[in-house]
Design a protein around this ligand. Structure first.
Ligand code: UGA
Length: 439
């Protein structure tokens, strides 16, 4: 049993805190938001993540997980302090570090015993050193501390199982002893542990996310080529994926990546490169292909409908991916806005994200289920690959639509089958089987 404080109860902080408590540690989660902490004390989660509510409840009941708005209380008995605050996007695409700075200053002000400060927030390379400088500037060498970078690789929607079964744990520090102590906290997870220096650990995080985003933009470019030469990108990805040097994961063509991580991290890495005098050509291509995918959906609608002026378009799915209500940089936002800008009307259905989406997309009318969504639609676009969209009664949907146009932005349906039901079907990169050669 170790004593751990976690600063920030966003995805990373709350999942980290609850999981460490579940591993038998005593964890205090701290956040400056009174509202979030008050709700957590009542068992209400600040966001939707499968399994989290039960995990939090179980560990609170067991007396291992606590919540507070006080830095002093969180840190009083802590040996480790995890910083897991948000790093939003700054005006030029750089990561905005104001919350990391505030956390570092507050920790410095209340610490009265040796601490290992572990940074989990995704921060530009060099931030670990900067955090140490902030603390030293306030406290000198009066209280010993070390800074360790421990980047997070969990995915929304499967955050708990990702935490409990990591592919690897990366730790970076100039203080090997401190890194070893943080490694011990992770031993029950039985994952390979990479211990390196601070900057390299921070870079591993960016390089990993940028690589996954690159795979997505790569397959989206292959999809575009599939359409003009008459090949099916889904089968291309399957055929490529059997090669163990390539693998099948993150090769699903579609409306592109969204969420709070890939868009922001690729941009931040490109910004780091540029501000240090290097032109990141591949990252720029990754971003521009990703932006194009959102326009591509609208182009497909325009091609199928003639014009979007006066057309009613139904969006199936709003969240940036399934099993989350997260709308941050969700492709649905741009897609809805482009359609509206061309004179179309947008309706939408999502199993969990409609409430969050209502605030972001006030002009979009929400439907209670996929079938009511179809009522009077000129086209439907599958934007998020929720499981519940994979076996819809398409005939029922077709009968309720004004025109039977289906743009499958996640390639979840078999083109020939959907066409056999009388739909005009457009997937992403489904030349053969799907749309024939498109020039
Ligand atoms: C991502 C990484 O996968 C995590 O390892 C990382 O810890 C996290 O960012 C982070 O930095 O915090 P996440 O944003 O939750 O996790 O979502 P992913 O499952 O990676 O999906 C990202 C986006 O890519 C989604 O919009 C998804 O629809 C899209 N995607 C994914 C594709 O378009 N095609 C694919 O083949 C895979």
């Amino acid at each position: 049993m170790r004593n751990i404080a976690v600063i920030g109860v966003g995805y990373v902080g709350l999942v980290t805190g609850a999981c460490f408590a579940d591993l038998g540690n005593r964890v205090t989660c701290m956040d400056i938001s009174e509202e979030k902490i008050e709700k957590l004390k009542q068992g209400i989660m600040p966001f939707y993540e499968p399994g989290l509510e039960e995990l939090v409840e179980r560990n609170v009941r067991a007396g291992r997980l606590f919540f507070t708005t006080s830095y002093a209380e969180a840190i009083r008995d802590a040996e480790f302090v995890f910083i897991a605050v948000g790093t939003p996007e700054g005006v030029d695409g750089e990561a905005d570090l104001r919350y990391v700075r505030a956390a570092a200053e507050a920790i410095a002000d209340v610490m009265d015993h040796p601490l290992i400060i572990v940074n989990k927030s995704t921060v530009p390379v060099g931030t670990g050193d900067w955090v140490a400088d902030i603390i030293r500037a306030r406290r000198g060498d009066s209280v010993p501390f070390s800074v360790v970078s421990c980047p997070e690789f969990l995915r929304e929607g499967s955050a708990i199982s990702d935490f409990m079964n990591p592919a690897r744990v990366v730790l970076g520090s100039l203080d090997r002893d401190a890194a070893e102590k943080v490694a011990q906290l992770h031993l029950p997870l039985r994952a390979p542990i990479v211990i390196t220096d601070l900057r390299t650990a921070e870079m591993i995080k960016y390089a990993s996310n940028a690589f996954l985003a690159t795979r997505i933009s790569f397959i989206n470019e292959i999809a575009a080529i599939c359409e003009v030469v008459g090949a099916d990108v889904k089968e291309v990805a399957n055929g490529m994926g059997y090669d163990p040097r390539i693998g099948r994961m993150f090769l699903d063509a579609g409306v592109g990546y969204g969420g709070s991580c890939f868009p922001k991290d690729v941009k931040a890495l490109a910004h780091m490169a540029l501000s240090n005098g290097y032109q990141p050509q591949m990252l720029q291509a990754v971003m521009s292909i990703n932006a194009y995918q959102r326009r591509l959906v609208v182009k497909k609608l325009r091609d199928a409908l003639g014009s979007l002026d006066g057309a009613v378009v139904g969006l199936l799915g709003l969240a940036f991916k399934p099993n989350t209500d997260d709308m941050r940089d969700a492709p649905s936002i741009d897609i809805a806005r482009y359609i509206i800008a061309e004179g179309g009307r947008v309706r939408a259905y999502d199993p969990v994200a409609m409430e969050v989406a209502r605030r972001i997309l006030p002009d979009v009318e929400m439907a209670p289920d996929p079938y009511s969504l179809a009522d009077g639609c000129d086209a439907i676009v599958i934007v998020t690959d929720w499981n519940e969209f994979k076996n819809l009664d398409l005939e029922r949907i077709r009968d309720r639509m004004r025109r039977p146009v289906l743009v499958d932005g996640r390639n979840i349906y078999d083109p020939a089958f959907v066409r056999s039901l009388g739909f005009i079907y457009r997937g992403i990169g489904r030349g053969f089987n799907g749309e024939g050669v498109q020039k």
